[in-house]
Design a protein around this ligand. Structure first.
Ligand SMILES: Cc1ncc(COP(=O)(O)O)c(C=O)c1O
Length: 417
């Protein structure tokens, strides 16, 4: 595919041809979950129809085929983020699960009473609550770096809090509310210099831009298949090999075991020691197909398309009365992913979302699992959010802006001003 042809890409996504409420689906909620191309659906179907079998244990051909497909998926995931090998790739359920695995296995024995854990004010609950619970269990202190302009991490505050020598520093690569893309390479370097282990929540970055874990140098990274065209129920925990080696798994049994007696057990080699029980095999195969799809289109080109889309959307919003946008603005699109949170003056975000739905437009409204950010920093009970992906068209932004006018008409907002 030489030019970035959105119409051609959209043909691969059957759901984009559907008409909920009799109107063509305008799906502007990809930050929540992405749509799936035929290639992914086909790969999952093919597994079920032609070689459904458990991995590892079978000495018959379809089991060997499913084992090969599972490992190939991991090799693709490793290559996608430039990890050393598939030994660095643990499959789990999703980003939330991956962060919990690190908190419960790696960090649990590390953190002692009075130790510090540092996160930021723009984290998703998935990168807050596991650390909050760990801090509570260990009587440790959970700190959070502030924001500037309600948009960017305050690097002075981040540096200042690193002076307290946190043992764990965890931050998001891209905010699911503000869209802000953080300079995770610099943040990792600073945290390492302070002696911390670094965890990057890459749920909103791996699906949308080229990622290189060697360049970032983070110790762990977490992301979800369902946000990157793959099936739900499967996610990726990347870890540096020496850290994964030294970590005792928290969840044990089945394939993660090398040998067991009634007195002792020891663990399988990496990455299997973190995968207890039969894994999500069809999910892994679907994720592999999703990564192949993303590679074919090119993540650099996807990032550019989303940047163009955000630029266009911000321009249109700027021309529209009564809209407040949260997060980086037009001059900072190079630091913003395909996410725009907004409110319409006088309208509750739930009403906005419901009225958008009457036009076939799917957006999300609420706290977006980032209550400290949305309720605290932004001071909003809820915000509306449009989010984009490789299949988003500019004319869909136009439809969303038409829907904003409909919101104003239906709620008689012009009369109230
Ligand atoms: C930044 C961020 N972190 C973590 C998550 C949690 O992802 P999952 O629900 O796939 O575990 C999300 C989901 O929206 C997210 O946006």
């Amino acid at each position: 595919m030489s030019e970035f042809d959105v119409d051609r890409i959209r043909e691969d996504f059957p759901i984009l041809g559907t008409k909920p409420n009799g109107k063509p689906l305008v799906f502007l909620d990809s930050a929540s979950t992405s749509q799936k191309p035929r290639q992914v659906i086909k790969a999952v179907n093919d597994y079920y129809e032609n070689y459904n079998s458990n991995i590892h244990r079978g000495l018959y051909s379809i089991s060997m085929k499913s084992t090969d497909a599972y490992i190939k998926s991991k090799e693709l995931a490793a290559k996608l983020i430039n990890a050393e090998s598939y030994r660095n790739i643990v499959y789990c359920r999703n980003t939330t699960d991956a962060i919990n695995i690190i908190a419960l296995s790696y960090a649990e024995p590390l953190i002692k009473q009075g130790d510090r854990i540092l996160i930021t004010d723009m984290e998703h609950h998935s990168n807050i609550v596991p650390w909050l619970m760990l801090a509570r269990r260990k009587k440790a202190v959970l700190e959070h770096a502030a924001l500037v302009d309600k948009s960017f991490i305050d690097m002075d505050d981040f540096r200042k809090k690193l002076e307290n020598k946190p043992k764990i520093v965890a931050f998001t690569h891209a905010s699911n509310v503000l869209g802000t893309i953080n300079d995770v390479k610099t943040m990792t370097k600073l945290a390492h210099d302070a002696g911390a282990t670094v965890i990057v929540d890459a749920a909103q970055s791996v699906p949308h831009m080229p990622i290189d874990v060697k360049e970032i140098d983070c110790d762990f990274m977490a992301f979800s298949s369902h946000k990157m065209l793959g099936p739900s129920g499967i996610g990726v925990l990347y870890g540096k090999e020496e850290l994964l080696e030294e970590t005792t798994p928290a969840i044990v049994g089945s394939d993660m075991i090398r040998s067991v007696t009634f007195e002792s057990a020891d663990w399988n080699e990496l990455p299997w020691k973190f995968e207890s029980g039969t894994p999500n095999i069809e999910g892994a195969i679907g994720l592999g197909a999703a990564i192949e799809y993303l590679n074919r289109i090119g993540l650099g080109r996807i990032r550019q398309h989303e940047m163009d889309t955000v630029k266009y959307a911000l321009k249109r919003i700027g021309e529209t009365e009564g809209m407040n946008v949260y997060g980086p603005g037009s001059k900072d699109v190079h630091r913003k992913g395909g996410v725009i949170s907004f409110n319409i003056s006088g309208a509750h975000p739930h009403d906005v979302s419901t009225i958008f739905d009457t036009e076939g437009i799917a957006i999300r409204a609420g706290h977006h699992c980032a209550m400290p950010l949305v309720n605290g920093i932004l001071g909003q009970a809820a915000v509306s959010r449009m989010s984009f992906y490789l299949y988003t068209k500019q004319e869909e932004i136009d439809k969303a802006l038409d829907a904003v006018e409909k919101v104003k008409r239906v709620l008689r907002l012009d009369k109230k001003r």
